[in-house]
Every structure is written in C-alpha cells, then in structure tokens.
Design a protein around this ligand. Structure first.
Ligand code: GLA
Length: 399
C-alpha cells in the first residue's frame, strides 16, 4: 500500500472515531474527493472547450451515516446535521444543520452551503434525499484556488450516490455538483473542477472535452522524468462569486454571439476577429489560443514527450495575464521568480485574481526555486506564499 493511501486510511480512521463521538455511532462509511490543479486550459470550460487538469494528493473526506425517519427521536426528521474539522475560519469543530425541505438558494452559508447545495441539486433532479449526519475533514487548502469547495461537494455526492444506490455516472455527478455551485452557492463556475475530482487517475492528467464530458486519461509521469509540480499559493483571496469571473464569462458569450457561434468552441482558431471590440477580441483570442495549447499539451504527453510542456504553460500564463486579464501582481511575481530560478514553465492555475500558480520544475531545483520565490515575495512586501509539491492522484471514491 502506498504512503499516500495509508495516510488517507489513517485520516479516515480518525474521522470515524470522531464521528462516533459526535453522533453516538459509527458512520456508514468514509468517502474521499481530491482537490485539483489545472495543468493547462484556463477559462475554456464554460466556453465548451478543453481542459487538462489533474486530481491532487490533497483531499476532502466525508464520513456519512443515513438517518432514516425515527432512527434518532431527538432529531426532527428531514434535518441534516453537519460537522467540519477543517472549518475554514477559526479552529476546532464547526457544527451546522439544515432542513432538506427548507432549502432555497443561499439558505445556508459558509462551508455548509456545499453539502446543502448537493442535496438541493439531487432533489431538483428528482432524487429524494433522506436525512443524514456528516463529518468533514480536508487537506485541500481553502481559498488557494485548488477547488477545496468542489472537493467537499464531490465527497458528499459520491457518498450519497453509494448509500442511496443512485448509480450516477461521473458525468452526471459532475453536472449535479456544477448545478449545486451555480444555482445554490451562486458561483457561475464551469465543469472542470468537479470532473477532475471525480475522474482523476493516479499518475495522469485528464483531457476533458467540456461539451460532451468525454474524458481521456493522459500520462503525466513527473517523477520518472525527475520533474515536480510546485504549487505557489499566493494567499491572495479570490472568489468566483465576485464580478471578475462572471464578467469574463459574459465577454466570451458576447464574443461568440457577435461571431455567430453558440459558444467559442465553435469558432475556428483562425477566425477573423476584427469585428470585435478590442477587449472582447483579447478575451476571445485567449480562449482560442488556450484550447489549441491544451490540445498540443495532451498530444505531447500522449507521445511521452515532456520537454515542450514548460513553454506551453508559460505561454498560457502570458495569455491569461495580457489578454484575459485574470492574473494579479502576486501571481505574476510567483511565475517570474520561479522561471528566473530555473523552472521549466509556470502559470497561474484556476480562475485567477489570486489563489495559486504552479511551476514545472526539475526535482533537483526545488530548493533553489522555493528560496527564490520566497525572497521575491519578501522583497515586494507581499504576504509569504505557501509552497508545496503535488502529485496526480486518483479520483473520488469510498475509502
Ligand atoms: C474556476 C472554475 C472552473 C474554471 C476555472 C478557470 O476554477 O471553478 O470552472 O472556469 O476557474 O479555468
């Protein structure tokens, strides 16, 4: 058994014990869902385009026990009880509850909105959800742009899928958690993050067509090539419920409409963009170029070539910074400092406006890149970034 699998099992064991202390008996099981790093393909998912993320070796765990009516006379029927050991703000255990039948968008806030959103989405799709008790834990840093919230949603939906025997496919669960995020939590995000968490494979990235959700596993043998992916969490808070993300989405939709296409996916890479206003043209140019880079990266990896990967990542960053304008000073600095210190490529990952950047580095250069990035941040008076390497891990499932 690998060290990573062992670590998850021991976390699950601790969680099971704590669940019994809180709720009086053991859970029906524990489910795991990873966070993600997007290798390349940013702001392409909601344009029906292509992405190449991987699930990471940091995950949310959900211990769940169904509570059929009458099982616990102390608790009213239809009430979901929630507890979290990773309560994003503050320490210790955070507890919440909600009534399944009283759910309306936004009726539950904070971390509890993610499980509530999943229940809301399942009910809306015609799957009645009975009451249950839940205890959450997570090693995905919150606010780092590594999809900590999607990891929680996915852990909850895979648990309910198993316990209720719903037999939902990965693509169904991805769409349902996207619905939870869009309609209940109120963040107009695409489908990449959930899909990566559900469909990831150890040692691989996921080449995903966001229109059909057809997924292809692409080998990402970092260690075999003496390479690592270093995450540089700038600790600049970002939120996709804020205006920037939806404004970009609206620009892309506007661009597609002016070009007479249903989505930017249907606009050819060499389309004439001269009829667009300057800002929309930059946004569209990013999406067309980024889809092309995703295809190139996937093809290189399929052919077992890693040497052009770095250039593609860095080109993606330049496009996100200059054309899509979703980077920020801290992300640009992390990328620059890593490249100057010898990284083979670097880019912001995720929605942007904060969160994390990644650098593709030689394992042998790790110390020198870390030192250079920390020094660069100190020199500019920014908050100290958090640096750690990640590995491509398996997608969600029962522990
Ligand atoms: C966030 C969203 C994703 C995707 C990325 C940008 O992570 O949740 O759906 O749009 O931003 O690529």
């Amino acid at each position: 058994m690998s060290a990573a699998v062992q670590a998850v099992q021991s976390r699950a064991q601790i969680l099971t014990g704590q669940f019994a202390e809180i709720y009086g008996s053991e859970p029906d099981g524990v489910w795991r869902a990873p966070g993600r790093v997007n290798l390349i393909g940013e702001h392409t998912d909601y344009n029906n385009g292509f992405v190449l993320p991987f699930a990471i070796d940091r995950s949310a765990l959900a211990a769940v026990r169904l509570r059929p009516p009458g099982r616990d006379p102390e608790v009213p029927d239809g009430v979901v009880r929630l507890a979290s050991r990773y309560a994003p703000k503050g320490h210790g255990l955070s507890r919440e509850e909600f009534s399944i039948h009283g759910l309306t968008p936004g009726s539950t806030e904070g971390w509890a909105a993610y499980p509530a959103g999943v229940v809301y989405a399942l009910e809306a799709a015609g799957f009645p959800v009975p009451a249950f008790d839940l205890l959450l834990d997570s090693t995905v840093p919150v606010g780092a742009g590594l999809s900590s919230s999607h990891a929680v949603e996915v852990a909850v939906i895979v648990a309910l899928n198993d316990l209720l025997g719903l037999e939902l496919e990965h693509a169904d669960m991805a769409r349902l958690t996207q619905y939870a995020e869009n309609r209940y939590v109120g963040a107009p995000t695409g489908i990449m993050d959930q899909s990566a968490s559900l469909m990831g494979r150890e040692g691989s990235a996921l080449f995903l067509d966001c229109r059909s959700l057809a997924a292809e596993t692409v080998p990402l043998p970092l260690a075999e090539h003496g390479l690592a992916v270093l995450v540089m969490d700038t600790r600049v808070a970002h939120s996709h419920s804020d205006g920037g993300y939806s404004a970009r989405r609206a620009s892309c939709e506007h661009g597609a409409a002016v070009l007479g296409a249903d989505s930017l996916r249907d606009v050819p890479a060499d389309a004439d963009l001269s009829g667009l206003d300057a800002e929309t043209r930059r946004r569209v140019r990013h999406v067309l170029g980024e889809n092309r880079r995703v295809g190139q990266t996937a093809a290189e990896l399929q052919a077992g070539r890693m040497d052009t990967l770095g250039q593609l990542l860095t080109a993606s960053h330049a496009s996100l910074r200059d054309d899509f304008e979703v980077s920020c000073a801290e992300l640009d600095l992390a990328v620059e400092a890593a490249l100057t210190a010898g990284a083979l490529g670097a880019r912001m990952t995720g929605g942007g406006f904060g969160g994390s950047a990644i650098a593709l580095i030689r394992c042998a250069d790790e110390e020198q890149v870390r030192t250079a990035v920390l020094a660069a941040f100190q020199g500019r008076g920014f908050r100290e970034p958090v640096l750690f390497t990640v590995l491509p891990a398996a997608g969600a499932g029962r522990v």
